[in-house]
Design a protein around this ligand. Structure first.
Ligand SMILES: [Zn+2]
Length: 408
């Protein structure tokens, strides 16, 4: 059994070794029982700690503390993410609060920099710039202390990028990866940045933020955008189901005016189906890709203090998207898959109720506990153990910088 060697980003060795060895031992046990995916007759492959990935898939279960993962596991029996080789916990705090919101959480994960509440891809100097000249920042929101993020580095490396979400694609988490604005509510501005920018695949809800039904602009910017030759626009489930994805074109699919329906309300296309189509497009770029997939609505159900079965079904749907990513990784071993939450919502506890469990909440907001994190594929070991959210983001940016050097 090889010991884990140095990670991409050095961290205290004792902490990493303890964690890595524990997980490696579990992996060896699994392999010995024949349920692991190790090659027969050779030592089971340890977590791929020295290799750099060529592509990265980040899946974020918004609001999912450990209780949400537990509910999903009870619902499904077994989670796809149990195949992942490295685990850990992430400290979710922001630069200004012990309890983060999704905007600044996504910004930390996408850029490696903790920032203020509501910030989308921008740093701590932005509020002062807004106070000094809000008209200028309105006119050019990306000028408000922009932070270089993993998508920016990827674009410089000729890599493709993609965003998939079951909320509006302009909502906090996808926006933290794909846009730069001072306030998360500026979703129409975020939509404009998506249309003007290089992100190749955008799938989810939020049509209204593009076509003038929502936000600060009355005009429909979506129709002229979709008329362009190099973009495929899918504006209904039927168009999604009939679509033959092409790696040579941009793909923008918007299936609700704002957020998509809940899983238990029959959301379509499903998060795993959107994830699969995104990968079909992105896989065609020989320089690699970065894809962010958000299971957006565990958070919304937590805010609503929803019953156990809804939490379980929504969280299980997120795991189904993880399964799509892991199946893709099986076929493309140079892909790193990272699964994590951005924060916990609702202070959810699962309390005994006869032979089953009921959801009990201590809050209708976010809570400050650490959240689960899993990694699989080349570079996975860099994410094991206890990590800060900005440390995760810094490692992602550094990994994509390495790909950029390799792609030169
Ligand atoms: Zn929330």
């Amino acid at each position: 059994m090889p010991l884990p060697s140095l990670p991409v980003r050095p961290a205290p060795a004792t902490r990493r070794h303890l964690f890595g060895l524990t997980l490696l031992s579990s992996l060896a046990l699994l392999a010995g029982c024949g349920s692991g995916d190790a090659e027969a007759g050779s030592a089971p492959p340890g977590p791929s700690d020295t290799d750099s990935p060529r592509s990265i898939i980040v899946l974020i279960g918004d609001g999912m503390g450990a209780a949400y993962f537990t509910a999903a596991r009870l619902h499904k029996g077994e989670l796809a993410m149990e195949r992942m080789e490295v685990g850990g916990l992430m400290d979710q705090r922001s630069a200004t609060s012990l309890v983060t919101g999704s905007a600044e959480a996504a910004t930390a994960l996408a850029t490696g920099v903790r920032t203020y509440g509501g910030a989308i891809g921008v740093g701590l100097a932005c509020p002062d710039l807004m106070a000094a000249d809000s008209a200028a920042m309105r006119a050019d929101p990306a000028a408000c202390d922009p932070l270089e993020g993993v998508f920016d580095v990827a674009h410089g490396a000729r890599m493709s990028t993609g965003l998939v979400a079951s909320s509006s694609v302009t909502h906090a988490t996808p926006a933290g990866f794909g846009a730069k604005v001072p306030r998360r509510g500026w979703q129409a501005e975020i939509a404009n940045q998506y249309m003007e920018g290089p992100i190749q695949v955008i799938l989810g809800g939020g049509q209204g933020w593009f076509d003038g039904r929502r936000g600060t602009f009355d005009d429909d910017r979506l129709t002229p955008f979709c008329a362009a030759a190099e973009v495929d626009c899918l504006l209904s489930v039927e168009e999604f189901e009939a679509h033959q994805p092409s790696s040579q074109r941009r793909l923008v699919g918007l299936f609700a005016e704002d957020g998509m329906p809940r899983y238990t309300e029959g959301r379509s296309p499903s998060l795993p189906a959107m994830t699969r189509m995104a990968l079909d497009v992105l896989a065609g770029n020989p320089s690699g890709f970065v894809l962010m997939v958000e299971g957006s609505q565990p958070d919304w159900l937590g805010h609503a203090n929803a019953p156990f079965h809804e939490i379980a079904a929504e969280s299980a749907d997120f795991d189904d998207a993880v399964e799509v990513a892991l199946d893709f990784q099986d076929q493309h071993p140079d892909v790193l898959v990272l699964v994590l939450s951005d924060h916990e919502t609702g202070g959810l506890a699962l309390l005994p109720d006869g032979d089953s469990l009921v959801a009990a909440y201590s809050s209708t907001g976010h809570t400050g506990e650490m959240v689960p994190l899993f990694a699989h594929g080349p570079g996975a070991m860099a994410f094991g153990g206890i990590r800060d959210n900005d440390e995760i983001g810094g490692t992602l940016v550094e990994m994509v910088r390495r790909i950029e050097v390799a792609n030169r």
